[in-house]
Design a protein around this ligand. Structure first.
Ligand code: ADP
Ligand code: ASP
Ligand code: MG
Length: 467
């Protein structure tokens, strides 16, 4: 089936089944489903907007981190037991608000017993496959409970296992979704359900061809929601979180940060890529493919509005925002063989590609190249392994530096604006800049500073760019 036909069919299936022409796919993050009161705020948002028919939820706040600990090495029986009890307490705090509390507790208990059966990893980390299975329980429980909250507000709803449609490869921990299968299965299995119910489903998780559970990477529920919005040809994607939109920088770094009303896909994608935790880096790719506007707002304060991300925006300021990404690894590779030689970089990138490592920033000099890699916070795997370094060392001298943060100034026409060097660097000349990248994109200028300086750099830069 052609791409256009399959998408038209999705829309028809939804229109036929709902009798409505507008569809919003909404995603609620961890803090939005952290407890019963937070879930009720989300349910009211859905009640007030009949277009919201598909809902993607994260695990209740804190649960995925607990699950990551369960999957790690050196966790004893006692600690595993105590963590499962913590998860049970978070979930039972929600179920105690229901008349059918006992029945729901039973459902939660069944899932937690299944989780406990993965056993204790005495000395080694669980395999990536088992880790993904363990990590899936957060979303599987929260989606079950959120469906009950909707029902308690008399919103007909059902819980849908996203693994039926979110088919992926077997790259556990960062599985790649098969978009065509997702579309076909969404039309076949999910769209018909919309005739009667609001569908609640899980972010973050998927399933490979052997029916093993996979995950899309930490924070991946935003991406799951965007993929489902694309598969359903939705009119809007709403990301409900704990802040009233996308800010000029992370509001946890400076209270001077302010919400942005409207931002282009390109700028927001750069922000997500360069660490603005508000959106998973891949979120905007499906939205851009299908030109679906994205809204970001606070589930606790929906009346305050939020940020609209779309293709065309009225204002295109030179400076839009500052993103910060911590825990960067910088490797510098040096080889006299590079001098006037062809193909050296190709060999380096071959090695990196073989190990599925993607490079973020890159600068070169006569006989050396510096590259950065992301080490996402709370990630389940370390990306730059000893094996990669060893293989590179066969080719050249390698030095690895940790403890760095990437600061990205996001805006418009940055490489075509005079004086940005002065504007940006003049205010932060008390700090050492380890590496600078500028010119590849009109939307960003990036540099590395030490982790210890990162907050102060962003704060001072914010004061000067957004006075
Ligand atoms: P959720 O659990 O809803 O997915 P996250 O914690 O992943 O929420 O993302 C929301 C957080 O992102 C905010 O609380 C905020 O601290 C952080 N953040 C980072 N950069 C920005 C930014 N530019 N604008 C708004 N929030 C940001
Ligand atoms: N629960 C997952 C995480 O904490 C996915 C998400 O919340 O987006 O990373
Ligand atoms: Mg998130």
């Amino acid at each position: 089936m052609s791409k256009i036909n399959s998408m038209t069919n999705a829309k028809n299936a939804i229109n036929n089944s709902t009798g409505k022409t507008k569809l919003t796919v909404a995603k609620f993050g961890g803090t939005s489903v952290a407890n019963f009161q937070a879930m009720v705020c989300c349910a009211n948002i859905i009640k007030n907007d009949p277009a919201t028919r598909v809902v993607i939820v994260s695990a209740s706040a804190g649960v995925t981190n607990h699950l990551v600990r369960i999957s790690q090495a050196n966790i004893g029986q006692e600690e595993q037991h105590s963590i499962i009890e913590k998860i049970r307490a978070i979930q039972f705090n929600i179920t105690e608000n229901f008349d059918n509390e006992l029945e729901l507790n039973e459902q939660v208990n069944i899932l937690l017993s299944e989780l406990a059966e993965y056993g204790i990893s005495q000395s080694e980390q669980h395999s990536a496959k088992t880790t993904d299975a363990i990590l899936s329980y957060g979303e599987r429980i929260s989606s079950l409970l959120f469906t009950e909250v909707l029902r308690s507000l008399e919103i007909p709803s059902s819980c849908f296992d996203v693994r039926q449609v979110m088919k992926t490869n077997s790259l556990y921990g960062k599985a790649v979704v098969d978009i065509e299968q997702l579309k076909a299965k969404t039309i076949e299995l999910l769209a018909p359900e919309l005739s009667t119910d609001v569908i609640v489903t899980q972010g973050f998780i998927g399933q490979d061809s052997l029916e093993h559970t996979t995950t899309l990477g930490r924070g991946g529920s935003d991406y799951s929601a965007a993929l489902l919005a694309e598969a359903l040809n939705a009119d809007n994607l709403a990301i409900w979180t704990d802040v009233v939109g996308i800010f000029t920088t992370d509001p946890r770094i400076t209270d001077q940060a302010r919400a942005i009303k409207e931002i282009s896909f390109g700028e927001a994608a750069e922000m997500a890529t360069f660490g603005a935790k508000i959106l998973h880096p891949a979120t905007l790719i499906p939205a851009m493919r299908q030109n679906i506007p994205v809204f970001v707002g606070s589930s606790k304060e929906p009346e305050k509005g939020g940020t609209r991300i779309q293709e065309n925006v009225e204002s295109k300021p030179t400076y839009r925002s500052i993103a910060l990404r911590r825990e960067q690894t910088l490797i510098t590779i040096k080889s006299p063989a590079m001098l006037h030689a062809n193909g050296f970089l190709a060999k380096v990138f071959d090695i990196l590609a073989k190990h599925e490592l993607s490079v973020d920033l890159i600068t070169t000099s006569e006989i050396s190249v510096a590259l950065t890699f992301d080490n996402p916070p709370n990630s389940t795997q370390s990306l730059l392994t000893a094996a990669v370094v060893e293989e590179l060392e066969q080719l050249c001298e390698v030095s690895v530096e940790h403890g760095l943060s990437l600061v990205a100034v996001i805006g418009n026409g940055l490489y075509a604006t005079k004086g940005i060097g002065d504007t940006i660097f003049d205010k932060i000349n008390d700090f050492n800049i380890r590496m600078i990248c500028h010119g590849a994109s009109a939307n960003n200028l990036c540099f590395l500073v030490s982790e210890a300086d990162a907050n102060a750099v962003v704060e001072q830069l914010h004061t000067s760019l957004f006075p």
